[in-house]
Design a binder for this molecule. Sequence first.
Ligand SMILES: [Zn+2]
Length: 513
Amino acid sequence: MQTAYKFKLQPNKKQVELLEDWQQKVGYIQNRSLGDRIATYSNTFVQGDYCDLYSRRFVCSAYLYCDLETQVLVSPLHCSVSKSASLGYPWKTDNPKLRRAKPDKDGRIKPFNPKRSAVELHSSWLTEFKKTHPEYSTVNADVLQQSLRHIDSAFNKFFTSGAGFPNFKQHSRVGFEFKPGTVRINKNYITFPTLGTMRFFDSREIPPSWEIRTVTISRDIDCWYVAVLLRDETVPDVPLKPLSECKTIQGADVGIKKLVALSDGLIIENPQFLKLAARRIEIRQRRVSRKTKGSNNRKKAAKRLARTHQKVRRKREDHQWKAAKKMAGNADITAFENLNIKGMKSRCKPRVDPVSGRYIKNGQAAKSALNKAISDAAWYSLRQKTLHQAAKLGNRVIEVDPKYTSQECPECHQISSENRDKEKFVCVACGHSDDADVNGAVNQAHRGKKKLGIDSLLVVSQKVTPTKPASQEASSVPRDESRNPAKSTVKRRQLLLLKVKSTQSEPKSRTLF
Ligand SMILES: [Zn+2]
């Protein structure tokens, strides 16, 4: 099993200077490596008579020379022999002793590839580069090499696993990774190669049986941090529960006023930390903009502003982790809506007055406040945290279609916009009533059940469906206030497992996670 702990470092002044110097150098190497990867990749699409693929200059007669054998004019192309990188020497050593042909999975031995891979090319370039730039020898060699490997994996992930395209990094955001076995930890002292020993806040104890793997130093507004990856092979990973063993399913409806409403009636409020700090941010932002550009005072003010944002971020993270932990242990499967958050935050279309041809109000001002609130709620990050917490327990998180979850009646499946009256849900057809968000969560749980195609799943719900005989009280009678989930407190709520009758046979579909 692997896990990571993050600690705050206490470097001394010299070490801080060294770390800042490293950031500049590692940042330059990383960005140059990425730039080369991008340039070489785009060169593979270049068509035409270019003399130099980088500058895309046309073939100039001065650059042409005549091939003596064929009597044909030849242009000396400067393109690389490698498709993936152009920095560095492209060929592997030709020494037959060093030719390593490894057998693959099926036992077949691949022929020796004389070309270096992109990361090998860059690695050999770095060695040459350091000869001409001796100031780079102050940086730990492994740290520089690891940074090249990071660029390589980021670039490859874009093409293979659908990750985002790697960006050029600001040097102040660059971190360093140390190889396993190079960093030692003793009580609250940590020793890095080249950097030396520094103290750190040992806010949590590292179990002695855990082996220290890669160690990464990163920088935040206030201080430097170290993330330690720990591994203990004697501790097994928690396996995901097989679907046949899953017994309960819950829906989780995310929103702005209520961060999450669960199908069992549990409601987690959204404190809207960004909104709470909006005035303070506004004041501090103004103080930054009124100071002279490039002045020390401006830098100080900017740091103060950044601290305010950091506090908001940390409060949100803390709240979300707590919420995620609560949700993940509530049921075997949690169903979230598959929301198009980017689409929800898109700008309103511009409206043009047909008479005057001028732009008129399109409601974007009001929308931008909503967009801010959506960003502040950070639903995606909440889902990821729930997934993380659920994985620790072997529980699952799935995604369901969000269409009409707030308008559908879970009793009679009537879909109507009239069903919803702000925060209350009252079905126009059968009179079923509930908190609108909890009702949405119940719908999601049912959809999740349908998607998985397991009829035996119990939907974790607060209310028992009217299985009573029709002679008893009419279902349209509104329930008393104390049973209204919106008004009841968390303590009073009880988890009632409700067995839902399997009314129809549903098709099977695959799980997302
Ligand atoms: Zn109904």
